[in-house]
Design a protein around this ligand. Structure first.
Ligand code: GLA
Length: 399
């Protein structure tokens, strides 16, 4: 694997001149083993409608355009959010006479290309969804991509789609690596840069194979806006840190900030730990109805910078005992993002040290609290009293 990835990189760098020289056999063989699409060098940021609308009628053209408008008007685009993604239920239940997917006439009366054009006109990108099965997950029976990979990839490319989430329902027991690789290759053949999001819920240990196949892969089943579910997803996702890197990310699912009954501390934990784990930041609330508080959390630039750090390292657990967990994430400039996470229902002091968090030896360290924005100096201790279900996250700099 490693050798062929290197070869692809070399071939990509040397380009067409080499293509003529070595012929197509050498060029096609390694490309079947690597993604190398140059996309998602930092975790994708954007929006997906599923967590807020599921399949309800309010998921339609007006919503998608409205979200794009809000991305611009409320500074989310400036903060780095880019992809406006459609989830399940955007299609008609039948393909057309020539086997092509058809957008729902009710939800998207002007088609998907018109929506993509609108989103692009705002300087944003459009994502779409289908399943690596005969049908998508919704019981209405929308057609899936299995056996239609190239036709559907071509359709998406012709509409100007920039991102595909490829789900796992109705997969007929066909090998997952085969199914997801087929769509990877079909997307590549379109020639359009399309971020490829694998959504097989961690069922086939994607952290072992998906870095060569997709730009991101779900590590778990679906998130829901409650504490227990979020906690179990955090526990599952944190184990796969070594698989993450520029162009290939663990995906603990979309954000629930602004949804359900998560407390303020829980929502801040959600955002802090998704950033600490270099997760995709896909907003899952209907921004047309969101509170200023929701915008404030989603717009925390210091925390977004942790997520989007170009080194592309996922944070790892330094210590964990009795529900008090310390993570550290290596950053490009030598700093570390240190998160002190209190899983318990009562406030606790959580402590670690700069050395344990992987910082170089120094006479002093600056600790910037990325929620309060206060900076303090320490000779090595990193500690805070953390509220129930809360997270204190510091950017630590060795002076
Ligand atoms: C699956 C996915 C979800 C969502 C739904 C849509 O459950 O995991 O993220 O896309 O399907 O039906």
């Amino acid at each position: 694997m490693r050798r062929s990835r290197k070869l692809v990189a070399v071939l990509a760098a040397t380009g067409l001149a080499l293509a003529g020289a070595v012929g197509s056999v050498l060029l096609t063989a390694p490309s079947a083993e690597a993604l190398a699409n140059g996309l998602a060098l930092t975790p994708p940021m954007g929006f997906n409608n599923w967590n807020s609308t599921q399949c309800r009628p309010e998921f339609n053209e007006a919503m998608v355009k409205g979200i794009a408008d809000i991305f611009v008007a409320k500074g989310l685009k400036a903060a780095g959010y880019q992809y406006v993604n459609l989830d399940d239920c955007w299609a008609e239940t039948k393909r057309d006479g020539s086997g092509h997917l058809v957008p729902s006439h009710v939800r998207f009366p002007h088609g998907i290309k018109a929506v993509a054009d609108y989103v692009h006109s705002k300087g944003l990108k459009l994502g779409i969804y289908t399943s690596a099965g005969t049908h998508t997950c919704n019981k209405a029976g929308f057609p899936g991509g299995l056996g239609h990979e190239q036709t559907d990839a071509n359709t998406f490319a012709s509409w100007g789609v920039d991102y595909l989430k490829y789900d796992n329902c109705n997969n007929q027991g066909v090998d997952a690596v085969k199914r997801y690789t087929a769509m990877r290759d079909a997307l590549k053949k379109t020639g359009r840069p399309i971020v490829y999001s694998i959504c097989e819920w961690g069922k086939n240990k994607p952290w072992n194979w998906a870095p060569n196949v997709g730009n991101l892969w779900r590590t778990t089943g679906d998130i829901s806006p409650n504490w227990d579910r979020m906690l179990s997803i955090i526990h599952a996702n944190q184990s796969h840190a070594s698989a993450a890197g520029p162009g290939h990310w663990n995906d603990p699912d979309m954000l629930e900030i602004g949804n359900g009954h998560l407390t303020d501390n829980e929502q801040k934990t959600h955002f802090s730990l998704w950033a600490e784990m270099a997760a995709p930041l896909l907003i899952g609330t209907d921004l047309r109805k969101a509170s200023q508080h929701t915008f404030d959390i989603l717009s925390n630039k210091d925390i977004i910078a942790i997520d989007q750090d170009p080194l592309g390292k996922q944070g790892v657990v330094v210590s964990s005992s009795g529900g008090l967990v310390v993570y550290t994430k290596q950053l490009a400039n030598g700093d570390r993002a240190v998160a002190l996470f209190n899983e318990t229902g009562t406030a606790h002091k959580i402590s670690t040290t700069a050395a344990k968090a992987g910082l170089r030896a120094a006479a002093s360290y600056s600790l910037k609290d990325l929620w309060t924005k206060l900076t303090r100096t320490s000779t090595g201790s990193i500690s805070a009293t953390v509220p129930p279900h809360g997270t204190v996250i510091f950017r630590v700099h060795a002076n």
